[in-house]
Design a binder for this molecule. Structure first.
Ligand code: ADP
Ligand code: MG
Length: 698
């Protein structure tokens, strides 16, 4: 039944079906059934005409029709109906379809009227109300809560406004038997989690009689939606754990120990120690590690990566680290060389701009096993890059890479290497559970000691002089400054102008020979970038004017001020990442958010959040609430999840329950061999067929 084409539904037909397909992607009965209302109107309450007020979104009245008139000419022509109850009279007005409407209405009969009161010439009227004769049946049948559906101009032309869609839903649901909507959760699950049956849930989500029914129906369907995502991801995880053999890194050898005892320039934080232990146990367990490492900006993920990599070397494996940009790869390379300078290990760098000759040598040395650690960009993924014995892959700033790229690195050894995936900034828990739901997680929830929290200040354009003065003070203290401009594809030309203008203005204020300024953006050649970056790193320049190319990873301890121009144009996680470029030394650091005077509500909240907290985990949650899951970095493959009902910003609790449910089912019966679990197998197969996008998560 649910697979029938929508045109066969009573009241739809080929013409409306066409529009439904075009506007809402509704092709089949089941597509309509899963087109959910976005809110409900309480129809239990009747008001009187005297209570009509401007701010009421809706009013429901009971009364009689007194009089009907067609008034006005041509374009102002309308049907005006006087409607009366015990408290007064109100006009009902139709500007369209008035001929048809007037034929339906009967003077003297009792009606229910429902619509938005609007004030006109000091009097209330109700334009285009819903109106129905009161009958016993109507009073009984009318849902106490009326569902409201999103519609479009086009649909409305075909009578498919919210009410039209509701009628179609009713015609559909009337026909459906309990066998048409098969239960896809086990009885056990339904009982344990006190869920509504699937059939009831669909019925009540469209036609509820109480708030309770709305809540329970919504909960049931959201649960189901999230549950199957979790079941799939956790099943991947579990099967991998059971069937994919991992290299056993049984030794904690000389390299790791020597480094730890002799070369580590500081004490590890407790969080770093804990996480390294988690990684070590995982890599020694015989299963292949697939681990997400989350930690705030500056929490010391690189070092965790490095020490994990030493474990690989101790066990006679090679290892590689992939970063999203050349600058970052370069920087990691330098960091590694620095940390490992007195240890006999060969570290190599491979990026898009490595010279061909050099590349060939690297390729050969990888095959010979001469190179122990390879650091690079996307260039690592290429098929020509083959290792003698790759044991561990680290991916930095994973959000820049896709699942496919992860998979390619996995395939670089006959038995898949361990995978450690690091995020740039924390991601909200619900997103982590969904987008990286197949991975185990380690969290660094502590910053190295002695860091002073960065002070963040929000300044308006009018404070610019003060900001200039502040920069001068900081430079006088021997500090360096970043000034970052937004650069967005859509407004690229203008953005470059702003960047250039900002640079020119700064040059006016900060003239050579006392001051030197670097500039860094995507239009420079590799060598130019390299040159500008180096000048800043070597402190030949005091100010670095840049676009967000400096966003990721760059680590210059002496830079203590981050000025973000047009800060309102950045998302929260980006602002937080940018801010994380400072505060890396022991001295007080600052982040200055420059914005225009006029700010939207969201922008204001973003600035306030940045000023209030340095906690990346907290910021990521606010970000999710503000932007919705579709826009959070790393999840931009929009439509991947395509959640119909659940919302990752709001439904964290349901998600948690769903994940827990999925986990305990898989713990007992990963292959769904028990009779009671067959239902899960069937539904997963079905979903996999209908959701080709699913392969992009996990
Ligand atoms: P992120 O987690 O953002 O990648 P990094 O790994 O770049 O952070 O570390 C930031 C800075 O903190 C680096 O300069 C690093 O050397 C330093 N660092 C890392 N761990 C510690 C520690 N335990 N004590 C002091 N400094 C540390
Ligand atoms: Mg980093």
């Amino acid at each position: 039944m649910l697979d029938r084409p929508i045109e066969y539904l009573k009241g739809i037909g080929p013409q409306r079906a066409e529009v439904l397909k075009k506007e809402l992607n509704i092709f089949l009965y089941k597509d309509l059934l899963t087109y959910f209302p976005f809110r409900y109107v309480d129809r239990t309450k009747f008001h009187t005409i005297s209570e009509a007020a401007d701010e009421m979104p809706f009013i429901q009245l009971r009364g009689f029709l007194l009089k009907m008139d067609l008034v006005g000419q041509k374009s102002t022509k309308r049907l005006v109906v006087l409607f009366k109850d015990n408290t007064g009279i109100i006009e009902l007005v139709w500007f369209k379809s008035y001929n048809w409407v007037s034929k339906q209405l009967k003077l003297g009969s009792e009606y229910i009227v429902f619509g938005k009161p609007s004030l006109f010439n000091g009097k209330f009227n109700i334009p285009h109300p819903e109106i129905s004769v009161i009958t016993e049946d109507l009073l009984k049948q009318q849902s106490a809560f009326q569902s409201v559906y999103n519609s479009t101009e086009k649909l409305k032309l075909f009578g498919l406004d919210s009410e039209g869609i509701r009628k179609a839903q009713r015609n559909l649901l009337i026909q459906l038997q309990i066998t048409d909507i098969q239960e896809n959760l086990s009885n056990e699950l339904i009982n344990d989690y006190h869920l509504m049956s699937r059939f009831e849930a669909f019925k009540f989500i469209h036609f509820p009689n109480s708030n309770k029914q709305i809540k329970e129906a919504t909960l049931r369907l959201k649960f189901e939606e999230l549950f199957y995502i979790q079941l799939r991801l956790l099943k991947i995880n579990k099967i991998r754990a059971n069937t994919v053999k991992g290299f056993v890194f049984s030794k904690v050898g000389i390299l790791f120990n020597d480094f730890f005892k002799l070369h580590l320039p500081f004490e590890l934080t407790n969080a770093q120690k804990r996480v390294i232990k988690e990684i070590r146990l995982d890599m020694g367990s015989g299963r292949q590690m697939n681990r997400l490492l989350q930690g705030d900006v500056g929490s010391g993920k690189t070092l965790v990566a490095l020490m994990s990599m030493l474990l690989a070397l101790d066990n006679d494996f090679q290892t590689c680290l992939m970063a999203p940009t050349e600058i970052l790869a370069q920087q990691h390379f330098e960091t590694f060389k620095h940390f490992l300078k007195s240890i006999n290990i060969k570290v190599a760098l491979l990026t898009g701009s490595s010279k061909i000759k050099n590349r060939r040598i690297i390729h050969q040395q990888l095959l010979d096993g001469e190179i122990n650690i390879l650091i690079g960009t996307h260039a690592l993924i290429e098929d020509v890059v083959q290792f003698k014995n790759l044991g561990l892959v680290v991916i930095d700033e994973q959000h820049r890479f896709g699942v496919a790229q992860r998979a390619k690195l996995r395939a670089k050894n006959s038995c898949p290497p361990h995978m450690l995936i690091m995020t740039a900034t924390p991601i909200p828990r619900t997103l982590a559970m969904t987008f990286y739901g197949d991975l185990d997680t380690s969290i660094i929830d502590e910053l190295p000691p002695g860091r002073k929290p960065i002070k963040t200040i929000h300044y308006l354009e009018t404070h610019r002089l003060r900001v200039i003065g502040f920069i001068k003070e900081q430079i006088a203290l021997g500090k360096q400054i970043y000034v970052v401009y937004p650069l967005i594809k859509e407004s690229e030309k203008l953005d470059y102008q702003n960047l250039q203008q900002g640079y020119d203005d700064l040059v006016q204020e900060f003239k050579p020979p006392n001051y030197q300024i670097s500039i860094l953006h995507g239009k420079l050649t590799h060598d130019q970038k390299e040159f500008e970056m180096r000048r800043f790193i070597e402190h030949q320049t005091q100010i670095m004017v840049a676009t967000t190319v400096i966003e990721v990873g760059v680590n210059i301890a002496n830079a203590s001020v981050m000025i973000i121009e047009s800060a309102e144009r950045f998302g929260l996680s980006q602002l937080h990442q940018l801010r994380g470029r400072v505060g890396r030394g022991a001295d007080q650091s600052y982040c200055v958010l420059m914005t225009g005077y006029k700010l939207g509500q969201d922008s204001r909240l973003r600035m306030e959040t940045m000023v209030r907290t340095n906690d990346g985990f907290e910021i990521s949650e606010v970000d999710l609430k503000l932007r919705g899951p579709g826009d959070i970095e790393g999840t931009q493959q929009s439509g991947v999840l395509d959640l119909k009902l659940a919302n990752l910003a709001q439904d964290g609790q349901i998600l948690q329950l769903a994940r827990q449910a999925a986990q305990s089912i898989l713990d007992e019966d990963v292959n769904f061999e028990l009779e009671k679990n067959k239902v899960f197998e069937n539904e997963l197969v079905l979903l996999q067929k209908n959701k080709p996008n699913w392969s992009k998560i996990g």
